[in-house]
Design a protein around this ligand. Structure first.
Ligand SMILES: O=C(O)CCC(=O)C(=O)O
Length: 213
């Protein structure tokens, strides 16, 4: 089905935008906090290096990933799942305190997340439309942070194939999938490589915090 025209994520006032129940908070994270988060993530990646997951059919994904928290998201021939260890066998490092503070600020009624998936998109990387449904309790919220290059975020409804809306996510934007938006199909169609100076070699990092167990 056709996608409605794209509009900018920044409404100038930082007010949340609602896309089919998915809340987008433009510019929620200030530039100095974004830089501090990148430093936190360097430490995460030093302990649990980025790897290229494959689909269960063995196709490499275009996004590289790692995780922090009690469990991390992995995918290979054995399927999509959360795992208590990085594919190398090491424990995932703890979720950075700065991210837990953001979660508690935006989702004060929820318990803390136990997984922070870190997605790295370089030029040409994308993520197909999907629902987040590998968690034990699908009523628990999901919070996602964009850092680095702009990304075209597409949101549909709770069934595949319906109409979708798109928004450009920029560095510092935060997305919350909760309530009516928790099971919305969503994905990244493309990134605008080189639009942000946050990461010295370009690209985009997405952090997705979830309550898995
Ligand atoms: O990169 C993004 O903004 C979305 C990531 C995502 O949908 C996921 O990891 O499930």
């Amino acid at each position: 089905m056709a996608t409605k025209p794209t509009f900018s994520g920044a409404d100038g006032a930082g007010r949340p935008l609602d896309l089919n129940g998915v809340q987008v908070h433009p510019g929620r994270i200030a530039p100095d906090e974004q830089a501090a988060l990148v430093a936190d993530l360097r430490a995460v990646a030093a302990a649990a290096p980025f790897f290229t997951p494959t689909t269960p059919r063995g196709k490499p994904m275009s996004v590289r990933m790692t995780s922090a928290g009690r469990c991390g998201w992995v995918s290979d021939r054995a399927g999509y799942r959360y795992d208590p260890r990085h594919p190398s066998g090491v424990d995932w490092p703890p979720i950075p305190a700065r991210l837990l503070a953001l979660w508690r600020d935006l989702l004060p009624a929820s318990r803390d997340p136990d997984c922070c998936l870190v997605n790295f998109y370089t030029e040409g990387a994308r993520m197909g439309l999907h629902q987040d449904r590998d968690e034990a309790d699908l009523t628990q919220p999901v919070l996602s942070v964009s850092l680095g290059d702009d990304a075209l975020f597409r949101v549909g409804g709770t069934t595949r194939g319906g109409p979708t809306r798109s928004v450009w996510l920029r560095s510092g934007d935060v997305v919350v999938l909760a309530g009516p938006g928790r099971m919305a199909y969503h994905g990244i169609d493309r990134i605008r490589f080189g639009t942000s100076a946050l990461l010295p070699k370009g690209g985009r990092i997405n952090l997705t915090l979830r309550i898995v167990t």
